[in-house]
Ligand binder design. Structure first.
Ligand code: SAM
Length: 286
């Protein structure tokens, strides 16, 4: 039979592994510990498996879905709920500050696996803005289902094999924990991997002081781009960064990125940033 235009067949390109087992759906919703006063934003409601569970447990639910077929389906099935707003948008382009600015919001979702990192970085950036600007959305908790292996990377500490860019940025802004593991048979289509639900709670202030966020990002990315190399090598020849040898710090430059704590990365970026400024001023004068 030919597929109708409105077919809800899962699209792999949009990371559509739908929760299909009612027992697991209820367990996940319980683990999220919702409160009747909560304002929740759900990323990627899909056909509404979680949305249905969240609706009776929250005051307001904003569901942001990229796939027009799902949006149409959700409108038909759940559009009558007064506490639900269905938004047809790419979450990565959704302006949280404009839409939810100043409000306390919990963000949740069974995330599309292919954009997990981008979504995490987007939310962390919003948490940072929330610290700096009262007009930004005030995110009180970010609870998501993701690949278990990615969850472990996000929550890893220094010295661990899985410690990396995501761990550093998450630890700067949040405390995190794994709430539960979810097996492949809870989904249709079945993914090959085990998933985990994690909860990230924003810290009252960033763990370390960072003056220039773009510069800090550049340093952390460059360091982990060659994670087996010493900082002396990985930070050398990177556009926009000064040559690390100019720090004249043998001990630091002989270290590998996975051994640096978040505070040490912030110090490293501050020192390289100061050096950069000096070199730019010198170049300007000569
Ligand atoms: N919540 C549903 C469930 O648990 O059955 C669906 C989860 S499925 C893993 C991910 C959902 O995110 C899909 O519905 C997909 O269309 C949607 N999605 C993918 N990329 C998105 C994006 N950038 N912004 C918003 N939704 C997105």
């Amino acid at each position: 039979m030919a597929k109708s235009y409105h077919s809800l067949d899962p699209k792999r390109s949009l990371g559509q592994n739908f929760l299909s087992d009612p027992w697991w759906i209820a367990r996940i919703a319980d683990a999220l510990s919702l409160g009747q006063e909560d304002c929740v934003l759900e990323i990627g409601p899909g056909k509404g498996a979680l949305t249905r569970e969240l609706l009776p447990r929250t005051r307001d639910l904003v569901a942001v879905e990229i796939d027009g077929r799902m949006v149409e389906h959700l409108q038909a099935e759940l559009g009558h709920h007064e506490n639900l707003r269905i938004v047809h948008a790419d979450f990565l382009r959704y302006n949280l500050s404009n839409e939810l600015g100043g409000r306390r919001v919990r963000i949740m979702g069974n995330l599309p696996y292919h954009v997990t990192s981008a979504i995490l970085m987007r939310v962390l950036d919003e948490i940072r803005r929330g610290h700096e600007d009262g007009q930004a959305a005030q995110i009180t908790d970010f609870s998501i289902m993701i690949q278990k292996e990615v969850a472990q990377r996000i929550l890893a500490g220094p010295g661990s094999r899985t410690y990396g860019i995501l761990s550093v940025f998450t630890a700067l802004f949040c405390q995190g924990e794994i709430l539960l593991d979810v097996p492949p048979n809870a989904f249709f289509p079945r993914p090959k991997i085990t998933s985990a639900v994690i909860r990230l709670r924003p810290l009252p202030a960033p763990l370390a002081h960072v003056e220039d966020w773009d510069f800090f990002r550049r340093v952390v990315r460059a360091a982990f781009n060659q994670r087996r190399k010493m900082l002396r090598r990985s930070l050398s020849g990177v556009p926009g960064l000064p040559e690390p040898e100019a720090l004249h710090d043998e001990d630091l430059l002989s270290r590998r990125p996975e051994s640096l704590s978040v505070a040490e990365f912030a110090q490293l970026a501050a020192r390289l940033g100061a050096l950069n400024k000096l070199q730019q001023e010198d170049a300007h004068e000569s």
